[in-house]
Design a protein around this ligand. Structure first.
Ligand SMILES: [Zn+2]
Length: 136
């Protein structure tokens, strides 16, 4: 692991490394990460299909083609397809699943000698540079 920096992200990564006795294999970490993201998606789906605190109404994203607009305006035309607000129970479950995803991401960082904080900083740089052109 790279040098411990003074940030909560580094503290998290260091703690995950110290407390991880199981799933030290990169294969286990990769599959646990995938499982965690699947559970995160499942928690979001259940908020709609079982709890009902949110409704998901997807449809094709529409934006005017006959008007001139800049890329920052495109965001205003894009819909999130969510109505309603997460209840406390769903919010807590989704928060937990997001945390598990970060846990396995941190463990992958440890195994592959990446610094979690640096990954975030590098992505922040890419997002800022590419910004509006990164429409994926
Ligand atoms: Zn709910």
């Amino acid at each position: 692991m790279t040098q411990l920096k003074d940030s909560i992200v580094d503290e998290f990564q260091y703690t995950v490394d110290e407390l991880s006795f199981r799933n030290r294999s990169v294969l286990d970490q990769m599959s646990k990460m995938q499982e965690a993201t699947a559970k995160l998606n499942r928690a979001i789906v259940k908020a709609s299909t079982q709890c009902g605190c949110i409704q998901i109404h997807s449809k094709k994203q529409m934006y005017p083609v006959d008007q001139e607009y800049n890329l920052s305006d495109v965001k205003n035309f894009m819909e999130e397809h969510i109505e309603g607000n997460l209840c406390d129970g769903c919010m807590e479950q989704i928060d937990k699943e997001m945390g598990k995803t970060l846990y396995y991401f941190a463990s992958l960082c440890n195994t592959l000698n990446f610094n979690f904080y640096d990954v975030i900083l590098n992505e922040l740089d890419r997002v800022r540079i590419l910004g509006k052109f990164n429409l994926k």
